[in-house]
Design a protein around this ligand. Structure first.
Ligand SMILES: [Zn+2]
Ligand SMILES: [Zn+2]
Length: 232
C-alpha cells in the first residue's frame, strides 16, 4: 500500500506550521510515508500578513506561497517520498477573518503550481459557485476540511466534492464521527489527513493501491473510491 498524507502545513507558509521542510522529510520517512500533499493555508490574511512577511520579497506572493512546497519536494526526494501540491483554501466568502459566517476551509486537490500562479488571486475572490465551477473546469476536487470543528460553520455541500472525515490533529476536536455520517449521507468523497503542524502530529492520510503520478492522478484515485482512509 502507498501511504499518502493529505493535509500538512509547513513553517514558512502557514502561520501555525512549526516544522521546516527538512525536518518534515525526516519525520515522514520515519513514519513510513510514500507521499505528501502539502496543504498550506490559502487565505488573504495568511498570504499577505504572514507569507509575504516571511520571505520579505517584493515578488508575487503567489510564488512565495509555493516556496515550502518546492523545498519539501527537494528534501523528500532524498528519502524517496513524493510531494504533491494542494491548498487549504479559505476564499473571502468563508474566511475566519471577517465578522460573520460562513467560516470554513476547503482542501483543494488536483491544483498545480502553474494554476496557483495563474488563478491564485481569483481563487481568493471567488464565491462558492465560482469556486466550484473553477474546480470543475480545472479538474480539481474541493473537500471541506474538519467541517464540525467549533470554529467552523456548515458550508454549502452542493458546491464541494468531498468531506474530510478523519482529521487527526491531536489538539483539536474535529468531530470526525459527525463528518463521516454527513459525508456518507450526501454521497460525497471521504478523505483523511493528519493536519500536520508539528512533530508528533503525523499519522493520518489515505492508503492507496498504487502510487499517484501527479496531482491530477490523486483526483482520479479519490474519484475511483479505491483507497482507504486512515482513521486513527
Ligand atoms: Zn493551521
Ligand atoms: Zn490544516
Amino acid at each position: 500500500m502507498y501511504k499518502l498524507e493529505m493535509h500538512l502545513h509547513t513553517v514558512h507558509n502557514s502561520h501555525c506550521g512549526q516544522e521546516e521542510p527538512c525536518d518534515i522529510a525526516r519525520i515522514y520517512a520515519n513514519a513510513g510515508y510514500n507521499g505528501i500533499v502539502v496543504t498550506n493555508h490559502f487565505n488573504r490574511t495568511d498570504l499577505f500578513g504572514y507569507v509575504a512577511q516571511q520571505f520579505g520579497s517584493n515578488l508575487d506572493v503567489m510564488s512565495d506561497y509555493l516556496r515550502d512546497y518546492f523545498e519539501l519536494k527537494d528534501e523528500c526526494a532524498k528519502y524517496g517520498i513524493d510531494v504533491f501540491l494542494g491548498l487549504e483554501a479559505a476564499p473571502d466568502f468563508c474566511t475566519y477573518y471577517k465578522y460573520s459566517p460562513p467560516y470554513g476551509e476547503i482542501l483543494v486537490y488536483g491544483i498545480t503550481p502553474d494554476l496557483v500562479l495563474k488563478d491564485g488571486y481569483d481563487i481568493l475572490n471567488f464565491n462558492k459557485i465560482e469556486l466550484y465551477e473553477w474546480a470543475e473546469k480545472n479538474g480539481c476536487l474541493l473537500v471541506v476540511a474538519h467541517p464540525y470543528r467549533s470554529i467552523c460553520t456548515e458550508l454549502d455541500y452542493r458546491y464541494v466534492h468531498g468531506i474530510e472525515i478523519a482529521n487527526l490533529h491531536p489538539k483539536q476536536n474535529s468531530h470526525n464521527d459527525k463528518a463521516e455520517r454527513v459525508c456518507r449521507m450526501l454521497g460525497l468523497i471521504p478523505t483523511g489527513g493528519s493536519d500536520f503542524h508539528f512533530k508528533g502530529g503525523e499519522g493520518g492520510g489515505i492508503l492507496t493501491k498504487r502510487a499517484p503520478e501527479n496531482e491530477k492522478d490523486i483526483v482520479e484515485i479519490l474519484r475511483s473510491g479505491d483507497y482507504e482512509v486512515i482513521r486513527s
